[in-house]
Design a protein around this ligand. Structure first.
Ligand SMILES: [Zn+2]
Length: 567
């Protein structure tokens, strides 16, 4: 939701007129774009088809790829006046704005099938969504070059003259290229013209073109422009400028490339209701950062349709951006209660609710129901289940995740180990703890994994020492009989129970062992550990026994019985 960035293409300035809200909007939805326009329905359709073709070209020929599952929303206003009401920079002939959720390209509806402004902005969208941190001159230059794409039946073309740019270069004294590279004077049309011309030279002119990807990589990694040119091409700025002037004087033709089929894109066209169109424009106000205007527009819509979950979701998003966290939580909760089908919003609400100590589980469950592969939601729910004492549910969520990103591998494995431990599944818990240790990123994490391993390898036992009872951890599977006292010198032997002698308040067991007959006192039957008994309680029956197989544990020092295992 942050990272709003505006980029303007300097072109003509349309006349501003505050026309009434247009009545009919059309949506044209294709694989990578949803184009909305209040111009003729054909405008939206042909723009969507043209952009799909451009997308195909850019992916194939330039290697810029968009973020997956992210459709670009394009809004093409029928009139320049309407467009002018939505642009921040009065000199911008088109602009793109990215929010956390969505990228927008906003422009006046192009005349005919012209893609130029849309193409320029789409190049920005791709660089932005690919998180390329490029200096603004090369971002503008690449966008301008992309805007020159032409599609023909047997070939596509890119490059060649951009007449108003080259005219600007002929008419004025150039800014020094060092100033262009420093991105000074970005509101000057000469800045755009020079940025375009240098980029065109670097992309297509024989001595430079082949190493252009290396230049882009260097610039994206933060190397300064002049240094990058020197390192990649081995030339100083003065040589670049000399070559640039020569290229402009010669004129460089467009570069022919293989054709991109035009009819391939599937475009679905549908009309928008007035309500939907108003929501669309409120969304755009929000994307532009006009939070108060957006809030008031959404407010009007919510009053008209109080049960529309999308509008409440939008109100919550605006509230959050305005710092009203309680308001955001309340609006999102309402959107969820009204049945919103936006998994990401359910998840965002759960995170916010959890931070505020509100119930978050239902929202996470909804997010997962809406999107089974929503790993973030499953991970959060798993941790919540584990901490809430539901280890089985936690394990189920952890194991249902599609992948575990390296950054959360330690937490994933240690949560799994922890949950398995709660279920006494020690062998699996130990394996998970060992995995957690291999993913530990700090000494604290390594210690924690070590602790889990130790817990998996040991179990809690009660030790009685005189009058003191304390809990100790002993190796798993070798739990100590809690009734064994200090100084007992405990012994364990197998034998056959012969007789239980009951006297005046005394009980004595007689057991035949391989080493002879043993007589063991039972001063207090409730202080004998019984194992494998069919019932939780065990009763001694006085008298002769049927040579029942037993294991007895006793104090060798006092011949007092401490444990009895029935075989
Ligand atoms: Zn631009």
């Amino acid at each position: 939701m942050r990272a709003i960035r505006l980029c303007a293409i300097l072109a003509w300035v349309g006349s501003v007129s505050y026309a009434r809200e247009p009545a009919t909007w059309t949506a044209a939805r294709a694989q990578h774009f949803e184009v909305y326009s209040d111009a003729a329905p054909e405008t939206a359709r042909s723009l969507a088809a043209g952009l799909e073709r451009l997308h195909e070209f850019i992916v194939r020929q330039i290697g810029l790829t968009p973020a997956p599952d992210r459709r670009v929303r394009v809004i093409a206003f029928a009139s320049a006046g309407e467009y002018a009401r939505y642009r921040g920079n009065p000199a911008a002939g088109a602009y793109f704005v990215g929010t956390g959720d969505r990228d927008y390209i906003v422009l006046p509806a192009p005349a005919g099938t012209g893609l130029r402004f849309a193409a320029h902005e789409y190049a920005h969208v791709l660089m932005h969504s690919g998180a390329w941190k490029l200096p603004c001159w090369i971002a503008e230059g690449v966008s301008d070059v992309v805007s020159t794409v032409q599609f023909r039946d047997r070939e596509s073309r890119i490059g060649g003259d951009l007449t108003e740019r080259s005219a600007a270069l002929k008419a004025a004294r150039w800014m020094p290229l060092e100033e262009i590279f420093a991105c000074k004077s970005v509101s000057d049309s000469l800045f755009y013209a020079e940025s375009w011309a240098v980029t065109d030279l670097l992309m297509f002119s024989p001595p430079y073109g082949a190493r252009f990807p290396a230049l882009l990589a260097a610039l994206a990694s933060g190397v300064g422009s002049e240094r990058a040119l020197r390192e990649v091409y081995g030339v100083p700025v003065a040589v670049v400028e000399r070559d640039l002037r020569a290229r402009l004087a010669r004129g460089a033709p467009a570069v022919p490339l293989p054709p991109v089929p035009g009819a391939a894109a599937e475009v679905h066209v549908a009309g928008l209701t007035t309500f939907e169109a108003r929501a669309l424009l409120a969304d755009l106000r929000f994307a532009n950062g006009e939070l108060e205007v957006a809030e008031s527009l959404y407010g009007e819509l919510a009053r008209e349709r109080p049960s529309d979950p999308e509008i409440h979701a939008a109100l919550g998003t605006v509230a959050l951006r305005r710092g009203n966290i309680a308001g955001a939580a309340a609006a999102w909760k309402l959107a969820i209660d009204l049945g919103i089908t936006d998994a990401a919003l359910c998840y965002r609400y759960a995170v916010l609710a959890d931070e505020r100590g509100l119930p978050a589980r239902a929202a996470l469950e909804r997010a997962i129901a809406l999107r089974a592969d929503f790993d973030d939601a499953r991970f959060k729910l798993a941790l919540m289940e584990k901490n809430g004492g539901h280890p089985e549910a936690a394990i189920a969520q952890l194991r249902a995740m599609r992948e575990v990103a390296p950054a959360r591998a330690f937490t994933w494995w240690s949560a799994l180990a922890d949950a398995l431990l709660s279920l006494d599944r020690r062998v699996e818990a130990k394996q998970a703890a060992v995995e957690a240790r291999t993913h530990a990123g700090s000494s604290e994490e390594r210690d924690h994994a070590g602790q889990l391993e130790w817990l998996a390898a040991t179990e809690l036992a009660i030790e009685v020492d005189g009058g003191n009872v304390r809990a100790v951890r002993v190796p798993a599977g070798a739990a100590r009989n809690p009734f064994i006292a200090a100084g007992d010198r405990p012994r364990r032997v197998e034998g056959a129970l012969r007789e239980v002698k009951c006297g005046d308040g005394t009980i004595r067991l007689v057991v035949d062992t391989a080493d002879g007959r043993l007589s063991l006192d039972v001063p207090n039957p409730s202080r004998v550990e019984i194992r494998n008994g069919a019932a939780a309680a065990f009763e001694f029956t006085c008298g002769l026994q049927e040579a029942r197989k037993v294991v007895v544990e006793y104090a060798a020092t006092s011949l007092v019985l401490r444990g009895l295992e029935l075989r």
